[in-house]
Design a protein around this ligand. Structure first.
Ligand code: EPU
Length: 418
């Protein structure tokens, strides 16, 4: 359990780490090569769990500081840790490289976290379009076949991980792959830039169509770098707006990925200065002058669903009533019940919409969440709530944010493990 005391005023600067959602698909993409090096990898629970699965495939994994190397020469399916695959949704990222290498794959349906239905139908349709035959054998997904060499056109339904999986397959087969309704989140672009660095021709069009002219064989070695995490950066913007003694400086802030989020912060009267040339944001304490507003999550470049919870928390301190519309996931407003426990005034209208009544002093409570983004928002809530807030389910703490407690401590925050 974590314990946070009030009041807390933070100052100083923070460095944003590598992005979880960029690192995981790039690690999976690394399985196409004999040797793969990945830089700026965040040391977080989701990455470490994914690496455990990869080790169970016989891949030699070395992770020093933030650089990861994979040696896949002895890769085999024999000892795949299916229990871990069942636990995490990103197990689905294993499919492209394993299908290419082994042609037949029997693997459990990947798990996920508690934010809503997490279907994989777009992935399955994608694998089938590439020529794989899918059989559902109770608990296991069974695919067999061979990457087709003909031109293929697939819709990804704006799904991020499906777009990344189709990209990986398209990159390492001959023939053209056209992805319609492709997701274009910054982490998808991170993978595209990496694949382009290998000489693969990829065009990206404003109507969310991506065209990949693949190469039949992946090179033996490759090297990539993970972008910094715009979700972590957005979370620190909110932390600073609520708790800065005066201001906090955020380095590697990924300003270009946060345009719409920053516009919404400004609409809520969060005071911030952008230094685009150094990718640095200075955020000032804005708690006493916040304005209410309406916002809705969306696919990129809209408001990121992964920043919905910290931004909603900010609005509990705004002057009037705000409305949040969570478009993507039907359980992602559930965490607001925890804010109610802290005497926040919330009206959940339906699974996708809630009203947040502002100017509410939050009070201490014992809170928790099963969504890693909301879990971290509890830390922010605890920093502005009176007296002592307790947060249970600490295993969520390091899942998606590298050394979050250490970073907050460096800013002067006090969080105790009890
Ligand atoms: N969807 C389908 N069919 C599919 C896949 C998705 O209908 O086959 C639907 C989902 O039900 C959802 C929407 O499409 O309504 C978005 O799902 P998407 O596939 O884009 O989500 P994801 O790829 O599973 C990634 C991130 C999430 C992030 C979402 C939206 C990774 C590893 N995960 O998930 O991150 O919320 O995109 O941006 O990239 C997190 O980091 O906490 C997290 C949940």
């Amino acid at each position: 359990m974590l314990s946070l005391h009030w009041p807390q005023y933070l100052s100083g600067s923070v460095d944003i780490s590598g992005s979880k959602n960029a690192a995981l698909p790039l690690i999976a993409c690394g399985l196409f090569f004999e040797e793969f090096t990945l830089h700026n990898v965040p040391r977080i629970g989701d990455v470490l769990t994914f690496l455990e699965i990869i080790k169970s495939l016989g891949v030699v994994v070395t992770f020093v500081w933030s650089t990861l190397t994979l040696d896949t020469r002895a890769m085999s399916m024999e000892h795949l840790n299916t229990d871990l695959v069942k636990k995490i949704r990103v197990g689905i990222f294993l499919f492209p490289a394993l299908l290419k290498r082994f042609r037949t794959l029997e693997i459990p349906y990947p798990g996920g976290c508690n934010i809503g239905k997490r279907p994989i139908d777009e992935h399955i349709r994608g694998f089938e379009a590439f020529g794989y035959v899918n059989e559902w054998t109770g608990e296991m997904l069974h695919f067999s076949g061979n990457y087709s060499t003909t031109n293929v056109c697939i819709s990804a339904g704006f799904a991020v991980t499906a777009t990344e999986n189709i990209l990986m397959i398209g990159a390492f087969r001959s023939g053209r792959t056209t992805i319609e309704l492709a997701a274009m989140e910054p982490h998808v672009m991170n993978m595209i830039e990496f694949l382009r660095s290998l000489g693969i021709t990829i065009s990206v069009s404003h109507d969310h169509t991506i065209t990949v002219d693949g190469i039949k064989h992946a090179p033996e070695q490759a090297e990539a770098t993970v972008i910094h995490d715009y979700i972590e950066s957005g979370t620190f913007i909110i932390l600073a707006a609520l708790t800065a003694r005066d201001h906090i400086v955020i380095h590697h802030a990924r300003i270009r990925d946060l345009r719409f989020f920053i516009a919404k912060c400004r609409e809520a009267w969060v005071k911030l200065d952008l230094d685009e040339s150094n990718d640095t944001i200075t955020v000032y304490n804005s708690r006493d002058s916040l304005k209410s507003l309406h916002f809705q999550t969306n696919i990129y470049p809209g408001f990121p669903t992964d920043l919905q919870s910290p931004f909603s928390l900010l609005l509990t301190q705004a002057e009037w009533v705000s409305r949040v519309h969570e478009v993507l996931f039907e359980w992602r407003l559930n965490w607001l019940v925890e804010i109610e426990k802290m005497k926040g005034h919330i009206a959940i209208m339906n699974p996708h919409e809630a009203l947040i009544f502002g100017h509410t002093p939050l009070k201490w409570a014992m809170v928790s969440s099963w969504d890693l983004r909301a879990w971290v928002t509890m830390i922010l809530a605890g920093m502005i709530a009176s007296w002592e807030t307790m947060i249970t389910n600490v295993e969520y703490i390091e899942r998606g944010y590298e050394d979050i407690i250490g970073k907050i401590a460096k800013l002067g925050g006090k969080i105790e493990t009890v």
